[in-house]
Design a protein around this ligand. Structure first.
Ligand code: SAH
Ligand code: SF4
Length: 342
């Protein structure tokens, strides 16, 4: 949906009308202006001509039904992937993309392999959420969390990401609480500092993945520009300003970053009250192998015994290539059937 066009089209409408339209789009989740019967026919016709509510998506669900990956095609033909995850506790999280591709090309990430095409607009980010919200509405369910952990680096598309969050947080519209949004960054110092200045309680996650610069640069080339100590200084500024916890993501890759030594090194970095580690089993993207379950357990035990708060990420949707870091814009690569009914 083109938000700018919608705003300019409605600029001469009374405020109540604008509010009514926000409710139709974000609460009633209409997907066609013909459903907007509260609006005068002339306005409905104009909206129908100018603003498309159609979202071009193809979905595929994991065998257990806990995750659904959707390929969304935008007006210019470019595609991104987005994933809905249903957690055991009842949370329903959408993992959104903010760029087509990503310029950073981290060694373990499928998105990085396709290079960078362009930033998404706020409307294109929002469409990913609306797509799943409409789907869930049929089951009388709602989205509870939104994480910017799909394709792309949110700090490189800062304004549009924040604009999308503000619109989805708007209490007259989608009304998702600000603490239910998370941004994951590879560690862009300027972006972390900028987020620290926002009067918004958004969750911050940092893709750390290695406990020293030598190893981190091998996995994440941009670590040359933003070495660990500079990045952590920005994170400390963020925690000072916001007093919020920060999640450090650590993808465990067999024989690369999963040794006892790495765990002990990580402990030394993570000894701060608001830091916690989220261990992520590496999802195969070609280059490496996943750490074995016993290794993951030992690694986790070292962190926990040393007093580092540690959680472990449940692996969603690896049968639909929809797990973290596997998003590369191709539902067709999955073995499951594509469900075109949405
Ligand atoms: N660019 C941002 C956000 C998108 S990536 C970032 O890098 O943080 C979302 C998360 O998935 C990051 O923590 C990323 O490191 C992780 N990830 C990438 N490839 C992965 C893989 N193959 N297996 C598991 N996690 C992966
Ligand atoms: Fe980009 Fe994040 Fe993937 Fe690195 S891990 S290539 S920063 S999307």
């Amino acid at each position: 949906m083109n938000i700018d066009k919608l705003n300019s089209l409605l600029s001469d409408q009374p405020t109540y009308r604008f509010k009514q339209i926000k409710q139709l789009i974000f609460r009633d989740l209409i997907d066609d202006w013909s459903q907007a019967t509260v609006l005068p026919l002339s306005l409905r016709e104009e909206l129908n001509k100018e603003i498309s509510l159609r979202i071009n998506g193809q979905s595929v669900s994991s065998k257990d039904g806990d995750s659904t990956k959707s390929l969304i095609t935008f007006e210019d033909g470019l595609k991104i992937e987005t994933v809905l995850m249903i957690h055991a506790g009842g949370r329903r999280t959408v993992c959104v993309s903010c760029q087509v591709g990503c310029p950073f090309g981290c060694a373990f990430c499928a998105t990085g392999k396709i290079g960078f095409k362009r930033n998404l607009t706020p409307g294109e980010i929002i469409d990913q959420v609306l797509f799943f919200a409409r789907l869930l509405k049929k089951k009388k369910k709602k989205i509870t969390n939104i994480v910017f952990m799909g394709m792309g680096e949110p700090m490189l598309n800062y304004e549009n990401v924040l604009e999308a969050i503000k619109i989805l947080n708007d209490k007259d519209g989608f009304n998702l609480g600000i603490r239910h949004f998370s941004i994951s960054t590879v560690g862009i110092v300027e972006g972390i500092r900028r987020l620290a200045e926002e009067p918004l309680q958004i969750n911050l996650a940092i893709s750390l993945h290695a406990p020293n610069n030598r190893l981190r640069t091998e996995l994440i080339k941009v670590n040359e520009k933003y070495p660990i100590e500079n990045m952590l200084r920005a994170v400390d500024y963020y925690t000072l300003k916001t007093n919020r916890k920060v999640m450090f993501e650590y993808v465990l890759i067999k024989d690369i970053n999963d040794s006892d030594e790495c765990a002990h090194e990580l402990v030394r970095l993570m000894k701060k009250p608001l830091y916690f580690v989220n261990l992520i089993p590496y999802n195969p993207t070609g280059n490496f192998q996943s750490s074995l379950p016993e290794r993951i357990k030992t690694f986790k035990d070292i962190l926990m015994k040393s007093g580092v708060m540690t959680t472990q990420r449940y692996r969603f949707g690896d049968d639909i290539v929809g797990a973290c870091g596997q998003l590369a814009g191709g539902v067709e690569h999955s073995n499951n059937q594509i469900d075109l009914s949405h």
